[in-house]
Design a protein around this ligand. Structure first.
Ligand code: GLN
Length: 529
C-alpha cells in the first residue's frame, strides 16, 4: 500500500487489511517506526515492546489469512479492530507488562493478569502497541504529574496535552497510534481529547468494566476511547463495552451494534441532525472561559442549527458546586484506594527495618506531591466527625447535580452541547504552582462523572492555532445517539478549512536535537519541582 500507513483511520485500516492491501505487521512496523523516530520530543509512551507488538501483529495476520481462505463470511465476522494497533494508558493491566499508573510507587510492578478491556481487545484481534504516559494515579489535567516526566502537546511542544490521559491523547494526535484507551474520572478523556484536537469519549458509568484498571475514584472512573474520528471511537467503544461479572458496577446493558455502523457518508451523517433538540447550558461558560473557546462553541451551535437541529438554552443550576463536591468525593475515594500501596504488595518497597517504617518510607518516596495532596484531603474528609460535614454533604450535592440533568432530559432535550475545556492547551508549568487553577480546567467535564452520564469531546476548530473541543452530553446509555450526533457534526464540518491543519509540532518532532518535554519544561522555568 502506498502512502503513510500511520495517517489512516482505523476503519480505513480495516478495509486495507481485508483486501490484503496491507498487513497488521506493516501497520505495527509503521507505528513503531514513528514512535522510535519522534516520541523523544513528545514522551507519550512509558512502555513499548516492539518484538511483542510484531508477534501479536503476525498472529492477527495469520487469523486474517485463515478467514480469507474460509471466505467472505469469515472475513466479515472479524471485528473491525482486528489487526489494528491500540495504545493503553499505563493503568490498564496487561499480563506481564508494567503498570505504573504514572507513579514511582508502582515502578517495577508487572500486572499478573489482563484487565477486562485488555481481554476484550485481544478477543477483537487488536494489537496492543504499548502503555502511555499519564498523571500519577490519573490525578491531574496536564500529564505533568507523571513521575516519569511530562508529555508535550503535538500542536505546540511547549504546551501540555491535557490530562490525565495526556499520553494517549498526544499519541493519537501525533499519528503514533490510531486508537488509544484512557480513563475519565472528572474529564481525563474528554479534556485531553479537546486539547489535542481528537475525539475522546467517557461512557456511562457501568458501560465498561473497571476490572484490572488501577483505581482512582471508584464511583467516578470509566475507561473510554480516543480516536481521530467518531467512527473509530465508536468501534473501540464497541470492542471494550459490556457486562463483566468481575466488576459489580458493570451493567448488563446490551452494547449496540450500531456503534459499528455509523454513517460513512458525511451527508447521511449530517441529515441525522434534523429535528434534534439540543440544550446549551448557560452555566457552562464558566469564569475563565477564553473568548476563542466560546466563539468556536457558538459557531458550532450555529452550524448545528443550520443543519436542522434546535438548540435552546437550558439551566443546570448546581454546576457551580460541582467542582467543590468533586474535590471531596474524588480524593476521599482516592485515599481509600491508595491505602493498598504499602511497600509489600506492589512495586516499590523501601526497607528501613520495621513494618511501620517501611510503610512510611515507601509511601513517602513513592507518591508524588499531587497524590499526597489528594490522600491528605481525602483522609481528612473521611475522618470521624467530619464524614457527614464533607463526604456526606458532597454526595448530596452529587444527587442535586444528577437532578439538574434529569430535569433537562425530562424537558425533551436529546443531548447537551457545551464546551469541553474553558481554555485551549496551556504552557508547560503554567498551572503547576496553583492546584486550584488546574482543578478549574475540569469545571465543564466533572459534572458528567458526578451524574454517571456519557460525554464525548469532538474537534470543533482552532483558537490561536490550538484545538478547541465541543462536548456532547447524553442520558445514561445513550452513547450511540451521542456518537451519531458527533458524526453528524463531523459530517457538516468535513470540508471546513481547520480540518486540514496539521498539528504544528509534528515537523519539530522530526528535527534533530528536538528537546524532550522535560527539557522544555525546565527552559520554561517549570522544571525544578
Ligand atoms: N483533573 C481531574 C482530577 O485531577 C480529573 C482527572 C481524571 O479524570 N482522571 O481529579
Amino acid at each position: 500500500m502506498s502512502g503513510d500507513l500511520t495517517r489512516l483511520t482505523a476503519h480505513a485500516m480495516a478495509v486495507a487489511l481485508r483486501s490484503g492491501e496491507t498487513s497488521s505487521a506493516d501497520l505495527a512496523a509503521a507505528h513503531l517506526g514513528r514512535i522510535e523516530a519522534e516520541d523523544h520530543g513528545l514522551h507519550a509512551w512509558l512502555a513499548v515492546d516492539p518484538p511483542a507488538v510484531l508477534a501479536a501483529a503476525r498472529e492477527a495476520d495469520a487469523a486474517l489469512a485463515r478467514a480469507r481462505a474460509e471466505g467472505p463470511a469469515a472475513l466479515a465476522a472479524l471485528h473491525p479492530l482486528h489487526g489494528v494497533p491500540v495504545a493503553l494508558k499505563d493503568l490498564v493491566s496487561v499480563r506481564g507488562m508494567q503498570c505504573t499508573a504514572g507513579s514511582r510507587i508502582l515502578e517495577g510492578y508487572r500486572a499478573p493478569y489482563d484487565a477486562h478491556v485488555t481481554e476484550r481487545l485481544r478477543a477483537a484481534g487488536a494489537v496492543i502497541l504499548g502503555k502511555t504516559n499519564m498523571d500519577e494515579f490519573a490525578m491531574g489535567s496536564s500529564t505533568e504529574h507523571s513521575a516519569y516526566g511530562p508529555t508535550s502537546n503535538p500542536w505546540d511542544l511547549d504546551r501540555v496535552p491535557g490530562g490525565s490521559s495526556g499520553g494517549s491523547a498526544a499519541a493519537v494526535a501525533a499519528f503514533e497510534t490510531p486508537l488509544a484507551l484512557g480513563t475519565d474520572t472528572g474529564g481525563s478523556i474528554r479534556q485531553p481529547g479537546s486539547l489535542c484536537g481528537i475525539v475522546g469519549m467517557k461512557p456511562t458509568y457501568g458501560r465498561v468494566s473497571r476490572y484490572g484498571i488501577v483505581a482512582y475514584a471508584s464511583s467516578l472512573d470509566q475507561v473510554g476511547p480516543f480516536a481521530r474520528d467518531v467512527r473509530d471511537a465508536a468501534a473501540l467503544l464497541h470492542a471494550i463495552a459490556g457486562r463483566d461479572a468481575r466488576d459489580s458496577t458493570s451493567a448488563p446493558v446490551p452494547v449496540p451494534d450500531g456503534l459499528l455502523h455509523l454513517p460513512a457518508s458525511d451527508d447521511e451523517a449530517a441529515a441525522g441532525l434534523r429535528g434534534l433538540r439540543l440544550g446549551l447550558p448557560r452555566e457552562y461558560f464558566v469564569e475563565g472561559t477564553e473568548a476563542g473557546t466560546e466563539a468556536r462553541l457558538r459557531e458550532a451551535v450555529a452550524v448545528l442549527e443550520a443543519s436542522g437541529a434546535h438548540v435552546d438554552e437550558v439551566s443546570l443550576p448546581h454546576t457551580d458546586y460541582g467542582l467543590a463536591a468533586y474535590y471531596i468525593v474524588a480524593p476521599a475515594e482516592a485515599s481509600a484506594n491508595l491505602a493498598r500501596y504499602d511497600g509489600i504488595r506492589y512495586g516499590l518497597s523501601v526497607r528501613v527495618g520495621d513494618v511501620l517504617g517501611d510503610y512510611l518510607a515507601t509511601r513517602g518516596r513513592g507518591f508524588g506531591p499531587e497524590a499526597k495532596r489528594r490522600i491528605m484531603l481525602g483522609t481528612y474528609a473521611l475522618s470521624a466527625g467530619y464524614y457527614e460535614a464533607f463526604y456526606g454533604k458532597a454526595q448530596k450535592v452529587r444527587t442535586l447535580i444528577k437532578g439538574d440533568f434529569d430535569a433537562v432530559w425530562a424537558s425533551g432535550v436529546d443531548a447537551i452541547v457545551a464546551p469541553t475545556s474553558p481554555t485551549v492547551a496551556w504552557k508547560l508549568g503554567a498551572k503547576l504552582d496553583d492546584p486550584v487553577a488546574m482543578y478549574l480546567s475540569d469545571a465543564c467535564t466533572l459534572p458528567v462523572n458526578m451524574a454517571g452520564l456519557p460525554g464525548v469531546s469532538i474537534p470543533a476548530g482552532l483558537s490561536d492555532g490550538l484545538p478547541v473541543g465541543l462536548q456532547l452530553i447524553g442520558r445514561p446509555w445513550s452513547e450511540l445517539d451521542l456518537l451519531r450526533i458527533a458524526r453528524g457534526y463531523e459530517g457538516i464540518t468535513a470540508t471546513a478549512a481547520w480540518r486540514t491543519v496539521e498539528p504544528h509540532g509534528l515537523a519539530e518532532l522530526r528535527a534533530v536535537g528536538c528537546p524532550t518535554p522535560t527539557e522544555r519544561a525546565a527552559a520554561l522555568g517549570a522544571g525544578d519541582r
